[in-house]
Design a protein around this ligand. Structure first.
Ligand SMILES: *[C@@H]1O[C@H](CO)[C@@H](O)[C@H](O)[C@H]1NC(C)=O
Ligand SMILES: [Zn+2]
Length: 228
């Protein structure tokens, strides 16, 4: 009997220490002495960011990817977010679970920095949790899904593409996000179902499997629907 009772006792302890049921969020301002890092401290702050990462994580699991079963989720125990001084991008998600936000970008932003930063967080956090066909998914579709989260969260900035805009379905970012929104109108939960298919691979025919139409036809109908 002794080994059995040991296992019953030890299992919950193991679960809570390995972080299977909950994700931790770590925020580090490495640019705290730079103008952008100071703006981060004054206008956003670490407590807000840590809290918001949790809210966004829940939103991605429940609404965007609809992964209510933990076994469907990407195995992530914690997410690191760094405010770092670098140029050329607003933010970048790297490795399995790290996000860098540019202090230079934060410093240059004119307007409600906290709102803008939150919008960016929706995008980058999506990269942490979405499947990418083990690297086979076109990167512009990956970016489109990240912007689709922004759209669904009602955090689309003023310059975000309007429905029907864009030249190609895989143009990326907000253009692809609008197209995905259209696909969701044909098959509710489209992005969640598409993401699930991309766990191990990618194939353009996933569009047809979910909507009954090849992606080029979908795109043409999307453009026609909005009079373009
Ligand atoms: C992000 O910032 C961390 C912390 O400074 C750094 O170690 C890492 O190399 C950066 N990653 C990228 C992709 O720039
Ligand atoms: Zn991105």
């Amino acid at each position: 009997m002794a080994p059995k009772s040991f296992i019953l006792y030890a299992l919950p302890t193991f679960l809570s220490f390995s972080g299977i049921s909950a994700i931790d969020y770590f925020v580090t301002n490495e640019a705290a002495k730079t103008p952008g890092g100071i703006r981060f401290t004054n206008e956003i702050g670490i407590p807000y960011t840590t809290h918001k990462m949790g809210t966004i994580n829940d939103f991605i699991w429940s609404t965007i990817l609809q992964e209510n079963n933990p076994l469907d989720r990407k195995p992530v125990d914690y997410v690191n977010l760094y405010i770092v001084e670098f140029d050329g991008a607003e933010g970048i998600t790297w490795g399995n679970n790290n996000i860098n936000v540019s202090s230079i970008y934060l410093n240059g932003y004119e307007g409600d920095l906290k709102w803008e930063f939150t919008s960016l967080l929706y995008h980058e956090m999506t990269h942490v949790f979405q499947w990418d066909g083990e690297g086979h998914t076109p990167s512009m579709l990956v970016e489109g899904i990240a912007d689709y989260t922004i759209l669904r969260a009602d955090y689309a900035p003023p310059g975000f593409a309007k429905p029907g805009q864009g030249d190609r379905w895989d143009q990326g970012y907000d253009f692809t996000a609008r197209f995905l929104e259209y696909c969701d109108g044909i098959n509710s939960g489209f992005v969640a179902k598409f993401n699930k298919k991309m766990r191990f691979n990618y194939d353009v025919k996933y569009f047809k499997e979910l909507t009954g139409k090849p992606v080029d036809q979908l795109w043409n109908e999307y453009k026609a629907n909005y009079g373009h």
